[in-house]
Design a protein around this ligand. Structure first.
Ligand SMILES: NC(=O)c1ccc[n+]([C@@H]2O[C@H](COP(=O)([O-])OP(=O)(O)OC[C@H]3O[C@@H](n4cnc5c(N)ncnc54)[C@H](OP(=O)(O)O)[C@@H]3O)[C@@H](O)[C@H]2O)c1
Length: 248
């Protein structure tokens, strides 16, 4: 059904977890992938795995919190490919702690990567996408950005910020044929959630009506749809992929 042939997609945080699954599925449907994270070897090996499966992908290292690195990355992508059609802002980290123990550095680092990183990439791709009069931007938030969560003030603020950024960008860029949407995953099995204690995992499980933890492929399926031509009348939305944890 979906056809991404001829489209170039940049996925940040592509070295593992949700970003890796998104890269794999977009490549499966024909997109040329640019897989981005801070770790050269890791993005390279994701790109090689995609190539081995018949897809088109390259790995490019970049720290999204660094404005000039992001701007250089986008210039390189523009030099190599005719267009930039899809941007998936997925790079993210946690530095959890109760507010009394949260350092300014923990706050800044999470906001710099999770929120300002998305600002940097959107700012850099906006011009080429506006010239093309088309584009898809998908930002990965979290259900925690909608509900808040004790011990995650920095992370929840960054993810709520992503929702506001998405709505503002959707309004600004709609006249140029660019859609901007947000996915808010619930509890997904990745390295990020691996480190949670069994107690915390059990507590979260109780809040999931579908009664199981999600898979990164299930988030990727939503990213594929929102990247496709079929989603051209959808913009400014936040879609939860969470087994029913948060119902609007
Ligand atoms: N797992 C969940 O339950 C869940 C739920 C809701 C939302 N999310 C969100 O989904 C996204 C992916 O999460 P995940 O669970 O797949 O996490 P993960 O397995 O920890 O992967 C995070 C990815 O982000 C990259 N990254 C981190 N800092 C970066 C930076 N400064 N510049 C570029 N890349 C950077 C990492 O690669 P390097 O270390 O190589 O840079 C890695 O590829 C995140 O935004 C997360 O907040 C996850």
């Amino acid at each position: 059904m979906y056809d991404l042939n001829g489209k170039t997609a940049i996925v940040t945080g592509a070295s593992r977890g949700i970003g890796k699954s998104i890269s794999e599925v977009l490549a499966e449907y024909g997109a040329q992938l640019v897989c981005v994270s801070r770790t050269t070897d890791a993005v390279q090996s994701v790109a090689e795995k995609i190539q081995a499966n018949g897809g088109k992908a390259i790995g490019m290292p970049c720290d999204v919190s660094d404005a000039s690195s992001v701007s250089n990355l986008i210039k390189k992508v523009q030099d190599q490919f005719e267009s930039i059609d899809i941007l998936i802002n997925n790079a993210g980290i946690t530095r959890d702690g109760l507010i009394m123990r949260m350092s300014g550095d923990d706050w800044d680092t999470v906001l710099d990567i999770n929120l300002k990183g998305a600002f940097h990439t959107i700012k850099s791709v906006a011009r080429p996408m506006m010239k093309q009069r088309s584009g898809r931007i998908i930002n990965i938030s979290s259900v925690v950005g909608l509900t808040g969560n004790a011990g995650q003030a920095n992370y929840a603020a960054s993810k709520a910020g992503i929702v506001g950024l998405t709505k503002s960008m959707a309004q600004e860029l709609a006249p140029r044929g660019i859609t901007v949407n947000c996915i808010a995953p619930g509890y997904i099995e990745t390295d990020m959630t691996d480190s949670l204690s069994d107690e915390v995992k059990e507590e979260i499980m109780k809040q999931i009506p579908l009664g199981r933890i999600g898979k990164s492929e299930e988030v990727a399926a939503m990213a594929l749809f929102l990247s496709s031509n079929e989603a051209e009348y959808i913009t400014g939305q936040t879609v939860t992929v969470d087994g029913g944890m948060v119902m609007n």
